[in-house]
Design a protein around this ligand. Structure first.
Ligand code: ZN
Length: 134
Protein backbone atom coordinates (compact mmCIF):
# COMPACT_ATOMS: atom_id res chain seq x y z
CA UNK A 1 0.00 0.00 0.00
CA UNK A 2 1.06 3.59 0.40
CA UNK A 3 0.82 6.45 -2.03
CA UNK A 4 3.34 6.98 -4.84
CA UNK A 5 3.74 10.31 -6.61
CA UNK A 6 2.47 9.45 -10.10
CA UNK A 7 2.43 12.84 -11.77
CA UNK A 8 2.39 16.58 -11.25
CA UNK A 9 -0.33 18.46 -13.13
CA UNK A 10 0.50 21.88 -14.56
CA UNK A 11 -2.20 24.23 -15.88
CA UNK A 12 -1.21 25.94 -19.12
CA UNK A 13 -2.93 28.40 -21.46
CA UNK A 14 -1.63 26.96 -24.71
CA UNK A 15 -0.85 23.26 -24.79
CA UNK A 16 0.99 23.40 -28.08
CA UNK A 17 3.31 26.20 -26.91
CA UNK A 18 3.87 24.50 -23.57
CA UNK A 19 4.60 21.17 -25.26
CA UNK A 20 7.41 22.92 -27.12
CA UNK A 21 8.63 24.57 -23.92
CA UNK A 22 8.67 21.39 -21.84
CA UNK A 23 10.11 19.35 -24.71
CA UNK A 24 13.01 21.81 -24.78
CA UNK A 25 13.30 21.65 -20.98
CA UNK A 26 13.38 17.84 -20.79
CA UNK A 27 15.16 17.27 -24.09
CA UNK A 28 12.40 14.82 -24.91
CA UNK A 29 8.94 15.23 -26.44
CA UNK A 30 5.65 14.37 -24.73
CA UNK A 31 4.62 10.76 -25.27
CA UNK A 32 0.90 11.32 -25.54
CA UNK A 33 -1.86 13.86 -25.90
CA UNK A 34 -5.27 12.99 -24.60
CA UNK A 35 -8.56 14.89 -24.30
CA UNK A 36 -10.72 14.21 -21.26
CA UNK A 37 -14.12 15.50 -22.33
CA UNK A 38 -15.76 15.02 -18.92
CA UNK A 39 -13.17 17.36 -17.38
CA UNK A 40 -13.07 19.84 -20.24
CA UNK A 41 -9.32 19.41 -20.61
CA UNK A 42 -6.71 18.46 -23.14
CA UNK A 43 -3.63 16.89 -21.57
CA UNK A 44 -0.15 15.91 -22.58
CA UNK A 45 2.27 13.71 -20.67
CA UNK A 46 6.04 13.73 -20.28
CA UNK A 47 8.11 10.98 -18.71
CA UNK A 48 10.42 12.34 -16.02
CA UNK A 49 11.87 9.56 -13.93
CA UNK A 50 9.45 7.88 -11.54
CA UNK A 51 6.79 10.62 -11.79
CA UNK A 52 5.32 12.15 -14.93
CA UNK A 53 4.43 15.71 -15.81
CA UNK A 54 0.87 16.29 -17.05
CA UNK A 55 0.16 19.54 -18.85
CA UNK A 56 -3.50 20.60 -18.80
CA UNK A 57 -5.17 23.05 -21.17
CA UNK A 58 -8.85 24.00 -20.82
CA UNK A 59 -10.95 22.88 -23.75
CA UNK A 60 -13.85 25.14 -22.78
CA UNK A 61 -14.35 28.19 -20.57
CA UNK A 62 -16.28 26.23 -17.91
CA UNK A 63 -13.38 23.85 -17.42
CA UNK A 64 -11.84 23.79 -13.93
CA UNK A 65 -8.51 24.56 -15.62
CA UNK A 66 -9.93 27.74 -17.18
CA UNK A 67 -11.20 28.80 -13.75
CA UNK A 68 -7.87 27.97 -12.11
CA UNK A 69 -5.87 30.00 -14.65
CA UNK A 70 -8.37 32.85 -14.35
CA UNK A 71 -7.79 32.99 -10.59
CA UNK A 72 -4.15 32.02 -10.20
CA UNK A 73 -2.57 32.02 -13.63
CA UNK A 74 -0.57 29.18 -15.10
CA UNK A 75 1.36 26.86 -12.82
CA UNK A 76 1.24 23.76 -10.66
CA UNK A 77 -2.37 22.60 -10.46
CA UNK A 78 -2.32 19.27 -8.64
CA UNK A 79 -0.25 16.38 -7.32
CA UNK A 80 -1.40 12.90 -8.25
CA UNK A 81 -0.69 9.86 -6.13
CA UNK A 82 -1.11 6.32 -7.32
CA UNK A 83 -2.79 3.89 -4.95
CA UNK A 84 -3.55 0.18 -5.12
CA UNK A 85 -7.21 0.47 -4.12
CA UNK A 86 -8.74 3.87 -4.78
CA UNK A 87 -12.10 3.05 -3.19
CA UNK A 88 -10.38 1.91 0.00
CA UNK A 89 -8.23 5.06 0.12
CA UNK A 90 -11.20 7.40 -0.49
CA UNK A 91 -13.04 5.70 2.33
CA UNK A 92 -10.01 5.93 4.61
CA UNK A 93 -9.38 9.61 3.82
CA UNK A 94 -13.04 10.52 4.33
CA UNK A 95 -12.88 8.95 7.79
CA UNK A 96 -9.71 10.94 8.46
CA UNK A 97 -11.73 14.10 7.80
CA UNK A 98 -10.51 14.99 4.31
CA UNK A 99 -13.07 16.60 2.01
CA UNK A 100 -13.59 14.61 -1.18
CA UNK A 101 -14.48 16.30 -4.46
CA UNK A 102 -15.35 12.89 -5.90
CA UNK A 103 -16.97 10.36 -3.54
CA UNK A 104 -16.52 7.69 -6.18
CA UNK A 105 -13.73 7.48 -8.77
CA UNK A 106 -14.28 8.53 -12.36
CA UNK A 107 -12.45 7.98 -15.64
CA UNK A 108 -9.37 10.16 -16.08
CA UNK A 109 -6.56 10.48 -18.59
CA UNK A 110 -3.87 7.83 -19.06
CA UNK A 111 -6.19 4.83 -18.54
CA UNK A 112 -6.83 5.59 -14.87
CA UNK A 113 -9.65 5.86 -12.38
CA UNK A 114 -9.23 9.14 -10.54
CA UNK A 115 -10.70 11.16 -7.67
CA UNK A 116 -9.75 14.53 -6.20
CA UNK A 117 -9.55 15.74 -2.62
CA UNK A 118 -10.70 19.29 -1.96
CA UNK A 119 -7.75 21.66 -1.42
CA UNK A 120 -9.53 23.27 1.56
CA UNK A 121 -8.69 20.14 3.56
CA UNK A 122 -5.13 19.74 2.24
CA UNK A 123 -3.34 23.05 2.86
CA UNK A 124 -4.60 24.39 -0.48
CA UNK A 125 -2.93 21.63 -2.49
CA UNK A 126 -5.24 19.88 -4.93
CA UNK A 127 -4.60 16.14 -4.57
CA UNK A 128 -5.58 13.51 -7.11
CA UNK A 129 -5.70 9.83 -6.32
CA UNK A 130 -5.37 7.48 -9.24
CA UNK A 131 -5.40 3.79 -9.94
CA UNK A 132 -4.58 2.02 -13.16
CA UNK A 133 -7.62 0.50 -14.83
CA UNK A 134 -5.34 -2.40 -15.67
ZN1 ZN B 1 -3.67 14.55 -13.05
Amino acid sequence: MGMRLEHIGIAVKDLSESNDLFSALFGEAHYKIEAVESEGVKTSFFKTGSAKIELLEASNENSSIAKFIGKKGEGIHHLAFEVDDINFELDRLKKEGFVLIHETPKDGADNKRIAFLHPKSTNSVLIELCQDKG
